[in-house]
Design a protein around this ligand. Structure first.
Ligand SMILES: Cc1ncc(COP(=O)(O)O)c(C=O)c1O
Length: 399
């Protein structure tokens, strides 16, 4: 007897799931769409023949199309070609990768660093390799999705604690019998605030736990030398044994790294599946990464200048009565609440020639949709003023 399916054979379960999922997103104003740039990344970008003021990239230092970085990547292509051709452990690892890893270890003051193709891969790879069943991983509620995914994937017990709430973390740590890893963003990507790293380091040390910091948004921006949120908090490898940071944001290139002890890095090199079974980043990207590190030093004015622009924006936004969060870095969210209204504001700004992303659930918690406005050292003061004028024009009309 042929098997009779329970559902009508003409309605495939996947087709139904896709259609319902997409429709659900549209109906809840949660549908995401890509912008397609026809220009380099920068303070002004071109879309379909029109120029827009860009306040939504993570190119905080304005390095993504810096002439020296572009020349350096071109030279990297001349020397190494385009593709790396294999994973690092087969034959994709080059002198450029080695030199960048050494430069990153040196810059962060850590024994060793290991490159990954992306920050997402670095986080999921590191957490899955480091943690075992029976361990506990404690994560701030606002941690990046890649940290949460890595924790879930590892098989360890995943516990989330209230955002930046040390007392809540301490209560949870008291209950943990086995190895515990506390994981936080150094700078929270959607709120722009900084984790209380010094206190977290003290607490984890007291509890024999380890601390991992994802400094995707602090690296290159914070600290006297731009080492990031750990430098700003005066912490070294003894305090924060696992440091991850990305190269595709303030450093203007692509990829990421983990820096820590000799054993941590050698263990990840052997065990992190995202490292072992993935093609190495193009060597030319690593060549450019090293140049970006040099620019952090030779053009250190970029760190202070972007903060001056932020201060200018905050003064103006305060005068307009816009709902600023109490954060001083290049990520300046304007809290809106409702997803539909955040989207309408973003679209209204776009009609006026300004790009500012509407960040909605599930990227942020329900009812905390926002415009995520970001600044770059490539912006000018008059561009910041133009942003303020556009916000003034559209904020109340969309209320
Ligand atoms: C906090 C944080 N961690 C990790 C990542 C992932 O980095 P990448 O874009 O290099 O994959 C991001 C980027 O979006 C991020 O904001």
């Amino acid at each position: 007897m042929p098997h009779t399916p329970d559902v009508c054979p003409s309605v495939n379960v996947f087709e139904h799931r896709l259609a319902a999922g997409l429709e659900g997103r549209r109906a809840a104003s949660l549908y995401r769409q890509r912008l397609t740039l026809d220009s380099p990344q920068g303070p002004v970008v071109r879309l379909k023949g029109r120029d827009f003021l860009n306040f939504c990239s993570n190119d905080y230092l304005g390095l993504a199309s810096h002439p020296q970085l572009m020349a350096s990547m071109r030279a990297g292509v001349e020397r190494y070609g385009v593709g790396s051709g294999a994973s690092h452990l087969v034959c994709g690892h080059s002198t450029a990768h080695r030199e960048l890893e050494e430069a990153l270890a040196d810059f962060t003051g850590r024994p060793r660093a290991l490159l990954f193709g992306s920050g997402f891969a670095a986080n999921t790879g590191t957490l899955s390799a480091l943690l075992q069943r029976g361990d506990t991983v404690l994560q701030d509620r606002l941690n990046h999705a890649s940290l949460l995914d890595g924790g879930l994937h590892s098989g360890a017990r995943l516990q989330r604690f209230a955002h930046n709430d040390l007392a809540a973390l301490e209560r949870k740590l008291e209950q943990v019998p086995a190895a515990a890893l506390v994981v936080v963003d150094g700078v929270f990507s959607m709120d722009g605030d900084v984790a209380p790293l010094a206190a977290l380091a003290q607490l984890t040390r007291q509890r024999q736990a380890w601390l991992m910091v994802d400094d995707a948004h602090g690296f290159g921006v914070l600290g006297k030398r731009g080492i990031g949120s750990t430098e700003a908090a005066g912490l070294g490898v003894g305090d924060v044994p696992v440091l991850m940071a990305t190269l595709g944001k303030a450093l203007g290139t692509a990829g990421a790294f983990v820096a820590g002890s000799e054993d941590l890095i050698e263990f990840l090199l052997q065990e992190a599946r995202n490292y072992v079974y993935s093609t190495a980043m193009p060597s030319a990207v690593a060549v450019a990464g090293k140049t970006a590190l040099q620019l952090l030093h030779s053009e250190s004015w970029r760190r202070s200048y972007v903060l001056e622009l932020v201060a200018r924006f905050r003064r103006g936004a305060g005068q307009l009565g816009l709902p600023l969060l109490d954060v001083g870095g290049p990520i300046q969210p304007l809290l809106v609440g409702d997803a539909g209204r955040a989207l309408a504001l973003s679209q209204n700004l776009k009609r006026r020639g300004v790009l500012a992303g509407a960040i909605r659930p599930p990227t942020v918690p329900a009812n905390t949709s926002r415009l995520r406005i970001t600044f770059s050292a490539a912006h000018s003061e008059s561009q910041v003023d133009a942003l303020l004028a556009a916000l003034e024009a559209c904020w109340s009309t969309d209320v």
